[in-house]
Write a protein that binds this ligand. Structure first.
Ligand SMILES: [Zn+2]
Length: 101
C-alpha cells in the first residue's frame, strides 16, 4: 500500500534537490508538497478522534511539512467554530431556533 506521507516526503526531497539548480521551479514544487501536507492534515484531523492528532513521523523533521500539515488540521478545526449546536437536541442549530422546544 502506498503511503501518502511518503509521497509528500519524496516530493519535498525532489523540491530540495531542484532548488540547488533551479530555485524558481523549486519554489513551485515546495508549494505543491506543502499543499499536499496541508490536505493530509485536514484529512487526519477529520478522521482522528483526538483533539490534537500527532504529527506524522514522516513529516516530523521537516518544519515546512509540519507547518503545512498543522495548517490543514487548523483549517478542519476552524470550520466547526461557527456552527451552532443546539443545547436541547444537539442538532446543528441554536437552541433559539430549535423546532423541538
Ligand atoms: Zn434543537
Amino acid at each position: 500500500m502506498a503511503s501518502a506521507y511518503l509521497d509528500v516526503r519524496a516530493s519535498f526531497a525532489i523540491a530540495k534537490i531542484t532548488s540547488i539548480t533551479s530555485p524558481g521551479p523549486a519554489a513551485h514544487l515546495f508549494g505543491l508538497a506543502r499543499a499536499d501536507a496541508r490536505a493530509l492534515g485536514y484529512r487526519d484531523a477529520e478522521n482522528s478522534g483526538l483533539s490534537e492528532p500527532p504529527v506524522p513521523v514522516m513529516f516530523a523533521d521537516e518544519p515546512e511539512l509540519v507547518h503545512g500539515w498543522q495548517d490543514g488540521v487548523i483549517e478542519w478545526e476552524s470550520q466547526w467554530e461557527y456552527i451552532d449546536v443546539c443545547s436541547f437536541c444537539f442538532g446543528d442549530h441554536s437552541v433559539l431556533q430549535c423546532p423541538r422546544v
